[in-house]
Design a protein around this ligand. Structure first.
Ligand code: NAP
Length: 240
């Protein structure tokens, strides 16, 4: 499923295999390299986020999945628990402060802290030229795609620091390097994540927390339908 290009701030961090997503392994290993680690993945009930959550859990981590819709969370948790994986879930629209607080509370209630955060959730409401984007569209994209990873990390950071190490992955896009025409604000948001990664990696390195960026190419998911088919998702799905 993954055709990813990884952007990594090389040289700033010690080598550590903890959060690598192994693409070719299919074996479930509850005592794997991530045994006793706790991972939080946003936008984890479908597509890339779901695949990351499954991989982390198969490598032995306890994983907290989340997304906006309870039925999606229930379905993802049931599917992963059905594979014998250690997974729990909660609703978290990453753009909503109360939902982020609930996610933090869920993590603390179940595991008392975390080691890995994967900020995967994103929106792309506009398929039009950049200068046709309304203020509402700009706010939505920047809130969900750029601000929410930083805000969620700020809420979770104390509970990562306690554990003496940690790793954060921000999911950007190939659109950060090769802009998709008509997805202007989305391209900009994904470019901003490269800057956020560099900045946070410097800020958090002294605390033993690595910050890296995953830069996927086009992956066949619901999200990429707009790029692959040119059909924009219906308004309500992105407006939530
Ligand atoms: P996807 O298959 O559509 O899955 C999106 C997931 O995010 C779902 O679980 C969805 O569940 C959840 N979600 C959507 N909005 C959310 C929000 N505001 N808060 C929390 N969860 C939310 O998408 P995908 O293709 O896997 O994309 C995942 C990430 O990869 C995104 O950051 C995207 O920019 C990036 N990416 C994708 C591609 C690609 O070709 N697919 C390429 C480059 C980068 P709910 O509906 O229940 O919220």
């Amino acid at each position: 499923m993954f055709q990813a290009v990884a952007y990594v701030s090389r040289g700033l961090f010690r080598s550590y295999a903890g959060l690598s997503v192994r693409m070719n392994s299919t074996g479930i290993d509850q005592k794997g390299v991530l045994a006793n680690r706790v991972a939080v993945v946003t936008g984890a009930t479908d597509g890339i986020g779901f695949a990351i959550a499954r991989r982390l859990a198969r490598d032995g981590a306890h994983v907290v999945v989340s997304s906006r819709k309870q039925h999606n969370v229930d379905r993802a948790v049931a599917a992963l628990q059905g594979e014998g994986l250690s997974v729990t879930g909660t609703v978290c629209h990453v753009g909503k402060a109360e939902d982020r607080e609930r996610l933090v509370a869920t993590v603390l209630e179940h595991y008392g802290g975390l080691d890995f955060l994967v900020c995967n959730a994103a929106v792309n409401p506009l398929v039009r030229s950049t200068l046709q984007a309304s203020e509402e569209v700009w706010d939505k994209i920047l809130d969900v795609n750029v601000k929410s990873p930083a805000l969620l990390l700020s809420q979770l950071l104390p509970h990562m620091e306690n554990r003496g190490m940690g790793a954060v992955i921000l999911v950007s896009s190939i659109a950060a390097y090769i802009p998709h025409v008509e997805l202007g604000p989305y391209n900009v948001s994904k470019t901003a994540l490269l800057g956020l990664t560099r900045t946070l990696s410097l800020e958090l390195a002294p605390k033993g927390i690595r910050v890296n960026c995953l830069v996927p190419g086009i992956i066949k998911t619901n999200f990429s339908k707009v790029v692959r088919t040119g059909v924009c998702p219906p308004f309500p799905s992105w407006a939530q």
